[in-house]
Design a binder for this molecule. Structure first.
Ligand SMILES: N[C@@H](CCC(=O)N[C@@H](CS)C(=O)NCC(=O)O)C(=O)O
Length: 206
């Protein structure tokens, strides 16, 4: 049996989508959480590129969150059934990545820059959400999943980001203006395996 170990910080961040994929697939993994900053500096020196997450598959290390999620989605059957379907999944994953442009700015911002960056993040996030809803409607009029007729990694990453975007933009209600996206979030959250994990996962701020 393949052994899996995910190393990430004790936050949801870029690691949670990977954890949810394991739960969705019903596959065991070791969920190693490094305390930041206490354990990190010593641990960082031992990592290939000084960043987390890292997935170990039978002892082999894979870095980059998108490479990890794509690898597992292919392994577990959550990446679309055709080449076109996979390209549509990729399209949504890349649209979602745009939220991180502002997140990175926020991470490195000086205190006096924060209000401006939050305001800009809100404008851009509304645009990204509108485009995501448009994309969702291309498939089953937006009443199913982003691609095909079953959940894929695109829906799982979207689910994770919808909890992060309110924090990024300072607007807890930001998703509410997008009814199809809101319903998709509920659909994903109601998946029994995902709901069970969300109920029992460690509670962290982000
Ligand atoms: N492109 C990378 C970014 C990884 C990244 O920036 N990781 C952050 C946490 S989300 C990190 O390790 N920060 C600690 C540091 O840079 O020392 C990925 O998607 O995995």
């Amino acid at each position: 049996m393949t052994s899996y170990k995910l190393t990430y910080f004790n936050i949801r961040g870029r690691g949670e989508v990977v954890r949810i994929l394991f739960k969705l697939a019903g596959v065991d993994f070791e969920d190693q959480r490094i305390e930041f900053p206490d354990e990190w500096m010593e641990y960082k020196a031992k990592t290939p590129f000084g960043r987390l997450p890292i997935l170990e598959v039978d002892g082999k290390q894979l870095t980059e969150s998108k490479a990890i999620m794509r690898y597992l989605a292919r392994e577990f059957g959550f990446y679309g059934d055709t080449n076109w379907g996979r390209s549509q999944v990729d399209c949504v994953l890349d649209m979602l990545e745009d939220f991180h442009v502002d997140a990175n700015k926020m991470f490195y911002a000086q205190a006096e820059e924060r209000d401006r960056i939050v305001a800009e993040a809100k404008v851009r996030s509304l645009e990204i959400l509108a485009n995501l809803e448009k994309k969702l409607k291309e498939n089953n009029n937006g009443d199913g999943f982003f691609v095909g007729n079953k959940i894929t990694i695109a829906d799982v990453l979207f689910f994770c980001e919808t909890f992060f975007v309110p924090a990024l933009t300072g607007d807890k209600e930001i998703i509410k203006g997008f009814p199809k996206l809101l319903a998709l979030r509920d659909r994903v959250g109601q998946n029994q395996r995902i709901a069970a994990w969300v109920a029992q996962r460690p509670q962290t701020a982000f």
